[in-house]
Structures are given as structure tokens and as C-alpha cells.
Design a protein around this ligand. Structure first.
Ligand code: GLU
Length: 427
């Protein structure tokens, strides 16, 4: 794709602007990231050699509160990608009415090629490099693709060492033993599940009669597949970065999860205790999974999976974006014309950052919630904002994506204008 990810992402903003209540000044402000930092991180490798890694942190907007967003470790991380992800975080936090702006970070590397010690030195080095840019009241980190609670714990510890005081609120998604929240690990998938359960009945879709394909078997994809399986949906295909498996009669997701934890790859199996037997299935590529004739498709891997090149192959009637930005804007328009219902990332995957918010609140108050309290609050917020976005879409006859942006823009516009605009200074 020749166009940058960021210019593609900003097209969503353009489409929503005509429906939102927002001043010209506020619109102009939202077209640019507030601050972008690029750092070189020197790391002593286990063999004694020195390697320099490229890292980024972008704070897109902090009008509604401190910047908030994850840190991604992936070979494709670039300033363009981090900026786009920070842009999405801005609208996600506003859509869910979290008192945060949007931010994102990343390091360009394949984390699978580093030892645990190297990863720890890299993660601590990243915090050393960006320490002046972040903080519990300025910009708060979290996990994203290929980062996890262990890495968040190192980052929080490093920041606390630099500050010479325990500062748990600078990072969310930490291990529970270090001030993490119960339920944060499953929050992205739980949030998506609540959205799916709120929306599919509006189309008279019953779980037992609904087939689902899930692309990506990481923290979000594997948990959503399991939740849907237990709710009675027929999950017929799942995939990881190596490839996909497909069984038209439905897969036994708990067995696949059990097996994946043992061998680090997906395979259609049925496990009895620790004994797993391979069951009949087809092996597909990730591209073939996207083209399956299923009711619901859940991209839960990376951005730009459905583009103008493969959108014609997509047969699903409903797409829930658990990944950030899995559908390019050109493909989005075609899906809309074809009447495919696309439920946007900034709503569907917002459960993660919502429980991050709960974690931050718990860190600041020092009072910790039960899992039941976390999930009840998550469900309440996800369903409330889903219904509001649904109503906007119905009232204005626009897509759910545009409605989610309108909803976020109305809140952002109000906050930006409340801060003082040109009109204020000219009076
Ligand atoms: N990385 C997640 C996202 O893209 C979570 C961010 C957070 O919890 O701050 O929404």
C-alpha cells in the first residue's frame, strides 16, 4: 500500500466531521499529533555485543486527560504506525468516555529472537529513554501486540527507580502482584464479547445458528474465541501467525487453547486430560480464513488485513474489529456498499483500555476491586456506549464506524473548546 497508514486512518475523521458538533479550531487541532518522540535504545546483548533498537512514543492528544496507550514490540513498528495507533487511542478513549487522551509506543524488533534477559534490558532501556515524556498524569503505558504483564512490570519498576518512588499509575496491564487489575488480561476480549452480545440480537442472530472465524490467537483472539464457544457460537476457524485451521462443524476451542499453550501453535485437537488427539480439519492460510463463508469474522491480529486487494473475497455478513485498524478505509467503503455490518475497533476492542482505566483508578485510590466488580463495570460501560453509538448510527443513517467517530468527536470537540479557542482570545 503506497498511502501511509496515518493518512488512511485520518480518512475516518474526515467522514465523521460533517455529522459532529465540533468547531473548526478543534478539527484543526485533531489533525496533528501533539508530541512525537523517537529514541535509540542501546542494549547489551547476552553475547556481549551492543545493539541499538529504535523506539517511539507518540502522544496524539491529551485534552481529555493524560495520554493513554500500549507499547508494541514488532518488526513492522514505525513512526507512521505508532502515530496511527495513538490517533485511534484518542478516539477510543473519547468514545468510551474515559478521562484520557490517546498515545502509543513501540519498538521495532522481533521479540521472539531475544532472550528474557535481553528483553528486560530493552524494556528498561526504553523507559530510561522516554522517562521525561511519560508519567501517571501525562502519558500512561500498557501492553499491546507482543508485550505482556511481565514487560509492563519491568517498565513500571524502571520508572519507579528513576522517580525514586513507587509509581504504579504510569503503566497499566501490570502483573496483579505489582498493582495490576484483576480482569485486565481478558479485558479486550470480554469487552468485545459484551459488544457482540449487545449488537447481534439487533439482527436476530442467535449464537447456535452463527458461525464465526477468528484471525489471530493472541491475548485478544484466543479469549474471544473461547468466550464465544462457551456462549454457544460455532467457532469454525482460528489462526495464528503460522496459519489457520478450519472445521465446518465447529472447533473445540478449549482443547486448542490447551494444545497451543503446550506446543505454541494452533491445531484442531480434542484433549482429554493431557492427551490431545488431532481431529478432522482443514489447514488454511490466514488469507483463506478471511475469505471463509461465515456469519461473523473477527480480525484480532494486526492492521491492514482487509484491503482493496482482498475485500472482494470477504463473505462474512458481520465483522467485529478486535484488532486495531484491520480494515483499510478503501475496503471499508466497499464493505459498506455491499451491506456488510462492520463494528469498529475503537468500540469493539476498547475493553482493554477501559480496564486499564480501572487499574489506574485502583492504583491512585489504593483500593483494589474484585474480578466481579471489574467485569460488571466493564460490561456496564461497554453496553452503554455501544447503545449510544448504535442510536447515532440509526438517527443519522450512517455506519457504526462513522457513528463511533461522531460520538468521540462530540466529546473531544467539547473538551477542546472548553480549553479556550481563538474566539476566546479575540473577545
Ligand atoms: N493496547 C491496547 C489498545 O490498543 C490497550 C491500551 C491501554 O490499555 O492503554 O487498546
Amino acid at each position: 500500500m503506497s498511502e501511509s497508514l496515518f493518512s488512511d486512518a485520518s480518512q475516518r475523521l474526515e467522514q465523521a466531521l460533517k455529522y459532529a458538533t465540533i468547531s473548526e479550531d478543534a478539527i484543526e487541532r485533531l489533525k496533528y499529533p501533539k508530541a512525537s518522540l523517537s529514541v535509540a535504545i542501546p542494549v547489551r546483548m547476552d553475547d556481549g555485543s551492543l545493539r541499538i533498537f529504535q523506539g517511539y512514543r507518540v502522544r496524539y492528544d491529551d485534552t481529555r486527560g493524560p495520554g493513554k496507550g500500549g507499547v508494541r514490540y514488532h518488526p513492522n513498528v514505525s513512526m507512521d504506525e505508532v502515530q496511527s495507533l495513538a490517533f485511534w487511542m484518542t478516539f477510543k478513549c473519547a468514545a468510551l468516555n474515559l478521562p484520557f487522551g490517546g498515545a502509543k509506543g513501540g519498538i521495532t524488533l522481533n521479540p521472539k529472537l531475544l532472550s528474557k534477559f535481553e528483553l528486560e534490558r530493552l524494556s528498561r532501556g526504553y523507559i530510561d529513554a522516554i522517562a521525561d515524556f511519560i508519567g501517571p498524569d501525562t502519558d500512561i503505558l500498557a501492553p499491546d501486540v507482543y508485550t505482556n504483564p511481565m514487560i509492563m512490570g519491568w517498565m513500571m519498576d524502571q520508572y519507579s527507580i528513576i522517580q525514586r518512588k513507587m509509581t504504579p499509575g504510569v503503566v497499566t496491564g501490570k502483573p496483579v502482584a505489582m498493582g495490576g487489575s484483576l480482569g485486565r488480561d481478558t479485558a479486550t476480549a470480554m469487552g468485545a464479547f459484551y459488544v457482540i452480545q449487545a449488537l447481534l440480537p439487533k439482527f436476530d442472530r442467535l449464537p447456535g445458528k452463527t458461525t464465526v472465524a477468528v484471525q489471530g490467537f493472541g491475548n485478544a483472539g484466543s479469549v474471544i474465541a473461547e468466550l464465544l464457544f462457551h456462549a454457544g457460537y460455532k467457532v469454525v476457524a482460528v489462526s495464528d501467525s503460522q496459519g489457520a485451521i478450519y472445521a465446518p462443524k465447529g472447533l473445540d476451542i478449549p482443547s486448542i487453547l490447551h494444545f497451543k499453550n503446550m506446543v505454541k501453535g494452533v491445531q484442531a485437537v480434542y484433549c482429554d486430560g493431557t492427551v490431545c488427539n488431532v481431529v478432522e480439519h482443514q489447514v488454511l492460510t490466514n488469507a483463506e480464513l478471511l475469505a471463509l463463508d461465515v456469519d461473523v469474522l473477527i480480525p484480532a491480529a494486526l492492521e491492514n488485513q482487509i484491503t482493496q486487494d482482498n475485500v472482494a473475497d470477504v463473505k462474512a455478513r458481520f465483522i467485529f474489529e478486535v484488532a486495531n485498524g484491520p480494515i483499510a478505509s478503501g475496503a471499508d467503503r466497499i464493505l459498506e456498499q455491499r451491506g456488510v455490518h462492520v463494528f469498529p475497533d475503537i468500540l469493539v476492542n476498547a475493553g482493554g483500555v477501559t480496564v486499564s482505566y480501572f487499574e489506574w483508578v485502583q492504583n491512585r485510590s489504593g483500593l483494589y476491586w474484585t474480578l466481579e466488580e471489574v467485569n460488571r463495570n466493564l460490561q456496564q460501560r461497554m453496553v452503554q456506549e455501544t447503545e449510544r453509538i448504535w442510536t447515532i448510527a440509526q438517527d443519522l443513517s450512517i455506519s457504526l464506524r462513522t457513528a463511533a467517530y461522531v460520538h468521540a468527536l462530540n466529546r473531544l470537540g467539547e473538551a477542546l473548546d472548553a480549553k479556550g479557542t481563538r474566539d476566546y482570545y479575540m473577545k
